[in-house]
Design a protein around this ligand. Structure first.
Ligand SMILES: O=C(O)CCC(=O)C(=O)O
Ligand SMILES: [Fe+2]
Length: 317
């Protein structure tokens, strides 16, 4: 696949992000869609200024990349197609914490197409970071440790802490085969195989690490600009440095289950003491593991975790 010769690709930072001038997202040809896919795999997030699609054109364009989904927890916008999720700053919709979208689901979105509908005169840029670069820049011992770990994610920021899942800390991108460091401060709560204190320490480090400047790009929006990101290998963050209104509309493409770089190497570390109220995420992890059948119903505290063989035997019908 080649990029149409009349398109201009301008890289915006060292490891992620490019601005693409030339495509028209209304009624795109198969070549346009294929070229955008290719640019997305290469640059992880791409920006197409001056598009200003209607909500229907926006949805029609995003459909070329897969099945679309509405937001699982938050409402869309009045009078908009159900596939469009809208965030308006005046309604408290400012995504100013680093996150990868919807990682509290077993199958988080594959990618999103964002339309900057109303833009503050200054401020309100969005940053993306490459989770590939974040993984690759870890030291080999930390890479190896992270590859054997999994983490609990939940939808607490949407008032749904009961919506949870466990993902590998290092995922493999299904198309590029590259490894990505898959944690974020918004939704990731607890590393399953570490004690609560160890988890807090390592997660604190890793979630700050993915936001290091050298892994990022920062984009200054204009009304009508489109941003498209691969949600499998990036995180993003809105700079809450503006006044006035800022409205985005997003169409979201459904993703697959997250594949780990390797299987978890250790058992869940929910401790060898009685379950106590001292750490919410211990309790939450315990409840999740129990609901998933990874802890027997008769077990009252972490100390009683079943040995692996017994658990496997219980799960065999
Ligand atoms: O407002 C933005 O620039 C991004 C908002 C966001 O986090 C999202 O649409 O997923
Ligand atoms: Fe987001």
């Amino acid at each position: 696949m080649t990029i149409p010769p009349h398109w201009t690709i301008r890289r915006l930072a060292g490891v992620i992000g490019a601005e693409v001038i030339g495509p028209d997202i209304r009624n795109p040809t198969a070549e346009t869609v294929a070229a955008i896919r290719q640019l997305l795999l290469e640059h992880l997030v791409i920006f197409l200024p001056g598009q200003a699609p209607s909500p229907e054109e926006h949805v029609a364009f995003a459909r070329h990349f897969g099945q679309l989904e509405g937001h699982p927890n938050l409402g869309g916008g009045e009078g908009l197609p159900p596939e469009i999720f809208q965030l308006a700053a005046s309604e408290g919709g400012i995504a100013d914490e680093w996150h990868t979208d919807i990682t509290f689901d077993a199958s988080p979105p594959l990618m999103s197409v964002l339309h900057l509908v109303q833009c503050p005169e200054y401020g309100g840029d969005t940053m993306w970071s490459s989770l590939y670069a974040a993984y690759e820049a870890l030291s080999p011992p930390l890479q190896e440790l992270c590859e054997g770990l999994t983490a609990l994610h939940d939808a607490l920021p949407h008032n749904r802490p009961d919506r949870m899942t466990i993902h590998p800390v290092v995922r493999v991108h299904p198309e590029t085969g590259r490894k990505a460091l898959y944690v974020n401060s918004h939704f990731t709560r607890r590393i399953v195989e570490l004690s609560a204190g160890e988890s807090d320490l390592l997660l604190g480090y890793l979630t700050r690490w993915i936001a290091s400047e050298r892994f990022t790009v920062r984009y200054q929006w204009r009304p009508g600009s489109i941003g498209i990101w691969d949600n499998r290998c990036t995180a993003h963050y809105v700079l809450n440095d503006f006044v006035g209104e800022r409205i985005i509309q997003r169409a979201t493409v459904t993703g697959d289950r997250v594949e780990g770089a390797s299987p978890p190497r250790w058992q869940p570390a929910v401790g060898d003491e009685r379950l106590s109220a001292a750490n919410r995420h211990d309790q939450q992890l315990f409840n999740y593991l129990r609901a998933e059948g990874r802890i027997g119903a008769e077990v009252r505290g972490y100390g009683d975790l079943l040995p692996t063989e017994e658990r496997d035997a219980q799960q065999t019908p």
